[in-house]
Design a protein around this ligand. Structure first.
Ligand SMILES: Cc1ncc(COP(=O)(O)O)c(C=O)c1O
Length: 392
């Protein structure tokens, strides 16, 4: 029997993972063919590539000339931890968490660094803590976009221009898809595999002049491993911010990130990247607004992420299922669409409420999102038929 509800066409690219994210449109492994493989990253040819990556990053993102941009070990996690281990402890801290990654930074601050003057502002998945209560005369640690909860901070208006503390912002799912108010941010980190679809490898670390001043005037009470050390003899190691990486990067990953940045330039830069991502959110949200079974995890339209679009299941039968069955039902949708080759990796993050997460970053084509949506309805109908009788 033919299934008349089965959508006719599939997304051209089924990659909707929230990291590593889809490669840029048109990417092939050919983009890497000029990589200086087998050469030292400290030779002129390697160093030039690393500097090129830094310069293009500054230009595309509009990072102020007096901010340092470094390529550092350990992807985004490495960059955030390097910043926290090097800078925190000088003053009290306000730490914000509304999903798994922010919670991880709170754990680092309270249980690993064991800092005591810490105020933790938490909110459930899909929500944000009250930003108006944050005191920017303390150091502030936060995630711009909560990748696992689908809520982002709407702007930097809550951050004082004349703050005494440093703002340390994990922006890995935000840069290249959202406007970053650089003047309000002292430390910004991200990794290559997110919005531009690069290869996971080194992290990016951006420092404001005030962050550099802290590095040069404050010495933490704990030892710093070599891969976290940004100063020598109380002075910033400027070379790190000119492509002299602390340890060895993958030049293939570097080449790939340069390719991604060139693509960003070719489509019109940051404005175009943001527009692509916002169009993806709009397509999903238009569908969600009409859906009788799915809803954006973020109720407030102002905080809905345009990259990690998280969806809960609101169908009445679903909410009556046991937690295990809810997880199984949501997983089933993911499995069905994976098997069909329609969508890969769209399950909610393991610590998040059961549901779906679709990446809407700039490398994802809106036409592919639009093709995916009827498939979600199609897969849900099958899951409903299987699970609804359990509570009927
Ligand atoms: C907000 C956020 N922080 C940190 C990470 C960890 O990034 P990485 O794997 O690049 O260290 C992720 C990864 O998804 C993330 O989304």
């Amino acid at each position: 029997m033919t299934d008349s509800t089965r959508p006719a066409s599939k997304p051209a690219n089924p990659n909707f993972s929230s990291g590593p994210c889809a490669k840029r449109p048109g990417w092939t492994v050919d983009a890497l063919k000029d990589t200086p493989v087998g050469r030292s990253h400290r030779a002129k040819i390697g160093k030039t590539r690393l500097e090129d990556l830094i310069n293009r990053t500054r230009a595309v993102l509009g990072i102020p000339a007096d901010y340092r941009i470094g390529i550092v070990p350990g992807s985004d996690t490495g960059a955030v931890e390097m910043a926290m281990w090097s800078l925190l402890g000088a003053r009290g801290i306000d730490a914000l968490a509304w999903e798994s990654f922010g919670e991880g930074w709170v754990t680092d601050i309270t249980k690993q660094l064991k800092l005591e003057d810490v105020r933790v502002f938490k909110a459930p998945y899909g929500d944000l803590p009250k930003l108006s209560e944050v005191d920017c005369d303390r150091d502030v640690v936060f995630t711009w976009n909560g990748t696992t909860g689908g809520a982002r901070v709407p702007d930097g208006d809550w951050i004082k221009a004349d703050r005494k503390g440093l703002t340390i912002c994990d922006a890995t799912s935000a840069v290249f898809a959202m406007d970053m108010p650089w003047d309000k941010l002292d430390v910004v980190t991200w990794s290559w595999q997110k919005v531009l679809g690069g290869e996971g490898a080194h992290g990016m670390l951006v420092l404001s002049p005030r962050a550099v001043e802290r590095l040069e005037t404050y010495k933490p009470a704990w030892p710093l491993p070599k891969i976290f050390r940004m100063t020598k003899g109380g002075k910033l190691i400027e070379g790190i911010f000119k492509g002299e990486t602390i340890n060895t990067p993958s030049m293939i990953a570097v080449e790939d990130q340069i390719d991604a940045l060139k693509w960003a330039e070719s489509i019109g830069g940051l404005k175009a990247l943001i527009a692509r991502s916002e169009a993806n959110l709009k397509a999903v949200q238009t569908w969600l607004d009409k859906s009788d079974w799915a809803a954006n995890l973020a109720d407030d339209a102002k905080v809905r992420s345009c990259t990690s679009i998280c969806m809960g299941i609101k169908a009445p039968f679903f909410t009556k299922l046991s937690a295990d069955d809810q997880a199984a039902a949501a997983k089933k949708i993911v499995t069905i669409l994976d098997k069909e080759g329609v969508a890969y990796d769209i399950g909610a993050y393991r610590d998040a409420p059961s549901g779906l997460r679709v990446w809407g970053g700039a490398t994802v084509e809106t036409s592919d999102i639009e093709k995916l949506l009827p498939w979600l309805d199609w897969a849900f109908a099958q899951v409903k038929a299987e699970f609804e009788p359990k509570v009927a």
